[in-house]
Design a protein around this ligand. Structure first.
Ligand SMILES: Cc1ncc(COP(=O)(O)O)c(C=O)c1O
Length: 392
């Protein structure tokens, strides 16, 4: 039997892309995982969660296990509204939709906005899973380069003007990770944020702001792009994956309530009331501000160790951006092919993510690699960078 014959053209086209997760390197047992964008295992609150779930079930019995879920889900919404306020934009309850992680949020937004005729703009480089999602809906994806101040919005302005002159379709959606970007760790300047929103108005497009790392600041988080959004052009996507635990799959979208209604139409009840209730019960037991403080201190320390090791063990020709938050350091090794180099690196005992997976045009990523300082201990980070230096 050939399943393909049952698929509509949209699905057949999507299946011509690389399969999801193609970018995930094989990491041999015992290899130091500088490839993994996971939280530090010591900072995942597993014991607190155990207690919280126990309290939840003692107090509510079977309630969190029903479709309708626990009344605690309302407190999760309230928590999210408080996070929005902290990021600079008070939102109303009807402006927020809880999702199964930021990835479901991005997929839902793509689902209600995009088809084959839609043009999407992304950053170069950008989060590879978002690229995978967009490619399922359209192959008209254009990328705009990043520098240390985030997306080069002036390049976007040129592109928009040229497309208009040539009568080409306008982009409908611009996807950006303006704060502590994955993979570069860069943050978009306020001037560029304002310019991006002005362009959205001028050329009538929408913006998807992915703020998965927004609160992971070593010094201070800039306000979200959405905080500057006067005309409801921005879909803000948040996530508790990087600050609490990715396996609980809690993310959300904040947008104009009309969009939220459409998004919920398609999301239906494809989420996890038990996970929402458990997260809510967990949040009752922790002081979130203290937690953020602790996470940011730890990640800053680990980042410092990585930066120092890069200085010590890598040749002078190698360069990187210095992040002010998030999980990653983006490294350029001039003249290298980091995909080929990975085999040597993992044989030596260290893994990273080759740059090519973060680009629409993969050639552009050849000399780059992403290192993550979040997951491994300081000792392993230093050892891993030393191993990397030994194969260059
Ligand atoms: C930029 C960015 N957005 C979204 C996600 C995924 O978030 P979630 O686990 O909430 O789906 C990640 C995870 O690596 C990410 O780096």
């Amino acid at each position: 039997m050939k399943p393909e014959k049952f698929y509509p053209d949209t699905i057949k086209k999507a299946l011509q892309q690389d399969p999801p997760g193609e970018w995930m390197p094989y990491v041999p047992e015992g290899c130091i995982r500088l490839s993994s964008g996971y939280p530090d295992p010591a900072l995942v609150p597993s014991q607190q969660l155990k207690g919280a779930v126990s309290t939840l079930l003692d107090e509510e019995q079977d309630l969190p296990l029903h479709y309708i879920g626990s009344p605690r889900i309302d407190s999760l919404k309230a928590f999210i509204l408080a996070r929005q306020e902290e990021r600079g934009f008070p939102a109303k309850e009807e402006d927020v939709l809880i999702t199964s992680g930021a990835c479901q949020a991005i997929d839902l937004i793509a689902r209600i906005l995009l088809d084959e005729s839609s043009v999407v703009v992304v950053e170069a480089p950008t989060y590879m899973e978002a690229l995978e999602i967009f490619k399922n809906y359209t192959n008209q994806i254009i990328s705009i380069p990043i520098d240390k101040k985030g997306m080069q919005v002036e390049e976007l302005a040129k592109l928009l003007a040229t497309r208009q002159e040539q009568g080409l379709p306008k982009p409908k959606l611009v996807y950006t990770i303006p704060t502590f970007q994955n993979p570069t760790g860069t943050t978009m300047s306020v001037e560029r944020r304002m310019q991006l929103l002005a362009l959205a108005e001028q050329y009538d497009f929408l913006v998807l702001e992915d703020d998965a790392y927004g609160e992971l600041a070593f010094y201070q988080s800039p306000k979200a792009l959405k905080a500057l959004d006067q005309n409801e052009r921005v879909f803000y996507v948040g996530s508790l994956s990087k600050v609490v635990a990715p396996g609980m799959r809690i993310g959300w979208i904040s947008a104009a309530s009309e969009f939220i209604q459409t998004l919920s139409w398609f999301k239906k009840d494809l989420d996890h009331p038990f996970s929402h209730a458990s997260m809510s019960a967990l949040l009752e037991t922790i002081n979130y501000k203290d937690r953020l403080h602790q996470l940011n201190n730890r990640y800053q320390e680990k980042c410092q160790v990585m930066l120092k090791a890069l200085e010590t063990y890598l040749p002078d020709s190698v360069t990187w951006y210095i992040p002010k938050g998030g999980y990653f350091v983006w490294v350029r090794i001039p003249g290298s092919d980091t995909s080929k180099l990975l085999t040597k690196a993992s044989q030596a005992g260290v893994s990273y993510l080759p740059g090519e997976f973060f680009f629409m045009n993969q050639e552009e990523g050849k000399e780059y690699l992403r290192l993550s300082f979040s997951y491994e201990s300081e000792g392993q980070i230093e050892k891993g960078i030393k191993l990397l230096g030994s194969i260059l």
